[in-house]
Design a protein around this ligand. Sequence first.
Ligand SMILES: *[C@@H]1O[C@H](CO)[C@@H](O)[C@H](O)[C@H]1NC(C)=O
Ligand SMILES: *[C@@H]1O[C@H](CO)[C@@H](O)[C@H](O)[C@H]1NC(C)=O
Ligand SMILES: *[C@@H]1O[C@H](CO)[C@@H](O)[C@H](O)[C@H]1NC(C)=O
Ligand SMILES: *[C@@H]1O[C@H](CO)[C@@H](O)[C@H](O)[C@H]1NC(C)=O
Ligand SMILES: *[C@@H]1O[C@H](CO)[C@@H](O)[C@H](O)[C@H]1NC(C)=O
Ligand SMILES: *[C@@H]1O[C@H](CO)[C@@H](O)[C@H](O)[C@H]1NC(C)=O
Ligand SMILES: *[C@@H]1O[C@H](CO)[C@@H](O)[C@H](O)[C@H]1NC(C)=O
Ligand SMILES: *[C@@H]1O[C@H](CO)[C@@H](O)[C@H](O)[C@H]1NC(C)=O
Length: 817
Amino acid sequence: MDAIPIFSFFFLISIHSLLVSIKAADTIAVNQTIKDGQTIVSAQETFELGFFSPGNKTQNRYLGIWYKRLATGTIAWVANRQTPITNKSGELTLHPDGILVLRDSATNRTIWTSDSFGAARTPVARLFDSGNLMVVNDDDDKLENYIWQSFDHPSNTFLPGIRFGRNLERGVIRNVTSWKSEDDPSPGPYMVYMDFNGFPQIFQKNGDVIQFRLGIWNGLGFTGMPSLRANQIFSIRYVSNEIETFSDFSLINASVLSRLSLSPLGDMSWWNWIDRTQGWFLFMTPTVDNCVRYALCGVYGSCDIEQSPSCECLKGFVPKRRDQWDVSDWTGGCEREIALDCVAGDGFRKYSSLKLPDTRQSWFDTNMTLAECETKCRNECNCTAYTTLDIKDDIGCLLWYDELIDMRKFSTNGQDIYIRMATAELEKDEKIFRKKKPLKVILIPLVVGLAILLGLCVLIIKRKRSQNPKAQANDHIEPSDVIDLPLFSLSKLRVATDNFSFGNKLGEGGFGPVYKGVLSDGQEVAVKRLSTSSSQGVEEFKNEVLFISRLQHRNLVRILGCCVERQERMLVYEYLPNKGLDLFLFDETQSKLLGWSQRLHIINGIARGLLYLHEDSRLRIIHRDLKAANILLDRDMNPKISDFGLARSFGGHETETNTKRVVGTYGYMSPEYAGDGIFSVKSDIFSFGVLVLEIISGKKNRGFFHEDHNHNLLGHAWKLHQVGKALELVDASMMESDQTFGVWLCIHVGLLCVQHNPADRPNMSTVVMMLGSDGQLPEPKEPGYYLQDDRFGPENSSSIQTHHSNNGLTVTLLHPR
Ligand SMILES: *[C@@H]1O[C@H](CO)[C@@H](O)[C@H](O)[C@H]1NC(C)=O
Ligand SMILES: *[C@@H]1O[C@H](CO)[C@@H](O)[C@H](O)[C@H]1NC(C)=O
Ligand SMILES: *[C@@H]1O[C@H](CO)[C@@H](O)[C@H](O)[C@H]1NC(C)=O
Ligand SMILES: *[C@@H]1O[C@H](CO)[C@@H](O)[C@H](O)[C@H]1NC(C)=O
Ligand SMILES: *[C@@H]1O[C@H](CO)[C@@H](O)[C@H](O)[C@H]1NC(C)=O
Ligand SMILES: *[C@@H]1O[C@H](CO)[C@@H](O)[C@H](O)[C@H]1NC(C)=O
Ligand SMILES: *[C@@H]1O[C@H](CO)[C@@H](O)[C@H](O)[C@H]1NC(C)=O
Ligand SMILES: *[C@@H]1O[C@H](CO)[C@@H](O)[C@H](O)[C@H]1NC(C)=O
């Protein structure tokens, strides 16, 4: 009976000594072999190295490192990812030269070996609590002189302390690749890696396709993920020197278990171990929202997760292919509204709160200031943008040399970037800026004062004029009026136009017939001849000379010279073979030639020409007679605004003017102009709106007929828009399904322009912006003159004087005052 307790006692002692010996083994000595079934364990028992079979389906054996304490058995590293051992016959040995060799003892085949760096004197392999298996010389205290480490060859898991990046001295590049599946650790298609072209960035790719770009380190975090920065749980750093470039993270409380791993499905996830639940908690998934998709919005496009759709072009850029863009095919990206002209001098516009674009084509300097950076970028025509490299210390320079791609908008913590823009584009900002200035308090009394003064002056001048009727009927044309223009001799123009033959007559312009001519050098011209019978014409002629000779824009007709000889007054213009827009729009056969993209092109061209007249030209001009017949088309169907006979220049502070002599064209005149003789840029906007609706519908506003109601074109369009059927306005012959958004947008903008109240109508720069927008526009209020009955405007309150025959032509209304 005594024998049993004694046996038990010895048994217990032997078990105990066995446990102690297992716990001590965190190293592999030279010539020592670890067989399948045996393991070594790190000092704090955090990690364990040994053989395992992943998942449930396979018997394949792999050498790996896993979390020792966790029941989940999460694998952190695999040695023989691509070469499994089929039996439990694997053996790991440390050779005297410091190399670890994994052998299949059944076949005596070498499955995997580590490599070595530097001389192995007293090599030993040790598994650390960080999860790193290192081969070091036992006589060397400095760990950084290691011979080999598993942290240089991560598999799918990024642990604290892994230096993600490269070490040129050791010739290692550290990246992570996904497993093929839960049962197969061999490398799958997904990889997260650092790209060293330009300023180094972290990417994720699937095969050869880039999926996600974390972007550059900006001193605080990664530009693609501002939320991924140091916090109370971990710190992140980026280090770059001659030897190493890497990023790593470390935990504030080293006993917390944390890992980043790439799943077989390509999800990069950050996990923290929670003791309370005994499970991994998904701390964050960097690649979770839609806007992380690489280059989703194409070049110069920006993704905003708070918008739908998420993609928009940066300010000053428009979709390269509007039709594709509108069906969410954004890959084509955006292009500049106004092309760069480096020779003439470009500038830079600041864009804020962005993820900085791909830096693979960038240049950087860590010591330059932002001002030096700008100078460098300005001096190199191929430099497209610049910014501060390190926003923490506010130092360093980063320059881009190609089209900017993969940007997104952040609500907080985004970055500023300065993008090269054409000077004309930047001038738009100045205007908006001027408007926004909160100087109203000072300006309003000032403007009112000025207006009163001006009113007084005008009154006095008017009095004087009415006392001196000659001043009004000023019908001479002094040579000084045309001093800026090249002179053509009468005889030359006679020859050119075949003596103003009827066959060469192109039509009837504002103040006389227009002839086609061919100069002796072969150049085709249009010659406008002031009819001798028209006294009205003299003023318009002078007006035209005054303005057109001082204006230059590709959407305005160009004047080549004039002729002032004996009784003849003539103007010579560039010849535009496609003549007036009205000839296309309102002709049944010709209108079929005018496709939607051409119509859009024409609308945009007119808008730019008018923007120039209203806001950008030196003179600042109200055209007053904008209509289809005054839009000429060149060989490539580029629109050019013509006929400045009625145009008026207005000063900077002057916004509207009153006239007794209302001159314009039925169907295009705004209510306040036709009714009260008040004209301003907003009366031009009205005419522009009418023109837009005419271009889209192919129908004249005046004379429009619909059997269901007595509205004119404006009223008809407005009614359709209100019930969401605006597209019914469109000439069915030209519609393609992918163009509907563009059509809809133009109708909407057109309706905003023809609103009854001038104050509601947008100005030209807003119109241009709206035409390039995503369609988030205010709802138009009721248009001016939308019933057929009032298409004539104030018929009863004024006498109508037409000075060129009838329909569609310019008329004069005289208001009794
Ligand atoms: C390891 O084995 C080799 C040959 O098998 C032997 O030459 C060497 O002395 C051994 N080294 C140690 C430290 O045991
Ligand atoms: C393996 O099987 C267990 C239980 O049968 C299951 O809970 C676990 O999810 C499986 N693991 C894999 C990787 O399929
Ligand atoms: C090893 O596996 C092969 C087949 O995969 C089998 O034929 C062989 O008997 C196994 N050897 C041992 C020692 O288990
Ligand atoms: C196994 O292979 C090694 C060389 O690869 C050789 O030296 C050794 O003798 C082989 N052992 C057996 C049992 O075949
Ligand atoms: C990933 O790492 C491997 C091994 O160091 C290296 O050969 C490969 O070039 C790296 N790939 C990239 C894209 O950095
Ligand atoms: C670190 O975390 C462990 C549990 O994970 C906790 O017991 C310990 O108090 C923490 N240490 C510090 C300094 O917060
Ligand atoms: C940057 O400036 C520091 C000190 O001002 C200097 O030591 C360093 O060499 C400079 N680096 C470069 C690349 O010019
Ligand atoms: C940009 O232009 C400069 C000369 O102005 C040239 O030296 C440089 O190589 C160009 N860079 C790229 C990326 O084309």
